[in-house]
Design a protein around this ligand. Structure first.
Ligand SMILES: O=C(O)CCC(=O)C(=O)O
Ligand SMILES: [Fe+2]
Length: 296
């Protein structure tokens, strides 16, 4: 199915109507070349770790050689703490222009993650369909949900059907919370059709959000989305950044205050990682979630 495209001007309406929007070419090819080079540097940094590594909000999610024969980096979180370029990207004026009509002028950021899908790591590069509300405390008011938290995905590499681009169910934000993938981790292969049908979704209605480097996709807490494993020879680096209306959250790092871009402070704030103060790290995680076989 064709990917309906939202222009810069109508992304707000498209988001309201369909639960997501795509802004083409938000960052220029020159800007993206620098981001691609930085993303490769960060990947190489991640490869130095034999297992998943955390240092405060910074995390490298590692698929070790014991599982896949070779070491792969699947995610890096809060790279802004060691990457000046990503520290700027997260609070870039382009981002404010997209977010302010939805979240206002006072915006915090609760997630910054690069997701890679290295060819060879295919079995664990899929994200089962879910609604991001599963990661958040539940709130009841739909309008507030849609304009308190917005997730964005910036294509670093071209994102295609073959390398596992984001997939979205348009209009699914109108269906309430459906409980998809609540039974386990989302990085565990792909959702079976019968699970979607049981949740009242027609598997045929999912669309591929193919993106060129510099394109930005945004989606809400109730929008059903996921992505397939990479079956191609090309990686898919994707920068996910989540923003909240500051007045609705005591979590997150300031991104924009009164419409002005705010640098990271001296100390990290609690974002998604609840144990930030009790267990700041650095440490390696023993969690071997990737080993469990569930037939997916
Ligand atoms: O990287 C992807 O394709 C999707 C990731 C996602 O939806 C998430 O981390 O919540
Ligand atoms: Fe998600």
């Amino acid at each position: 199915m064709q990917n309906p495209e939202a222009t810069r001007l109508d992304h707000v309406q498209h988001y309201w109507d369909h639960g997501y929007a795509v802004i083409r070419g938000l960052f220029s090819p020159d800007e993206m070349q620098a981001v691609q080079a930085e993303s490769r540097r960060i990947y190489a940094e991640g490869l130095k770790h034999h297992a998943t590594y955390r240092d405060r909000n910074v995390l490298f999610e590692i698929l070790p050689e014991s599982f896949a024969g070779q070491r792969y980096v699947l995610q890096a979180h809060w790279v802004a703490w060691f990457s000046p370029l990503f520290e700027k990207i997260r609070r870039d004026p382009h981002v404010l222009a997209v977010m302010a009509p939805l979240l206002g002028q006072d915006i915090k950021q609760v997630a910054q993650q690069i997701h890679w899908k290295p060819p060879g790591a295919t079995r664990r590069t899929g994200y089962r369909f879910h609604q991001d509300l599963r990661f958040r405390e539940r709130q009841d008011v739909y309008r507030d949900l849609m304009t308190s938290y917005i997730n964005t995905g910036l294509a670093i590499d071209p994102a295609t059907t073959a390398n596992g681009c984001l997939r979205i169910f348009p209009n699914s934000h109108q269906r309430g919370y459906l409980g998809l993938s609540d039974d386990g981790p989302i990085m565990k292969g792909s959702t079976q059709d019968h699970e979607l049908i049981a949740a009242g979704l027609d598997p045929q209605q999912a669309i591929d959000i193919e993106l060129a480097p510099g394109d930005l996709a945004l989606w809400g807490l109730l929008t059903v989305h996921g992505s397939n494993a990479n079956t191609s020879a090309k990686d898919r680096a994707f920068a996910i950044q989540s923003y909240v209306r500051a007045s609705t959250s005591d979590r997150g790092e300031w991104a924009f205050r009164d419409g002005k871009s705010v640098q990271l402070g001296d100390e990290p704030k609690i974002c998604k990682y609840e144990q930030l103060h009790e267990k700041p790290g650095p440490f390696y995680s023993e969690d071997r979630w990737f080993e469990s076989e569930d037939g997916r």
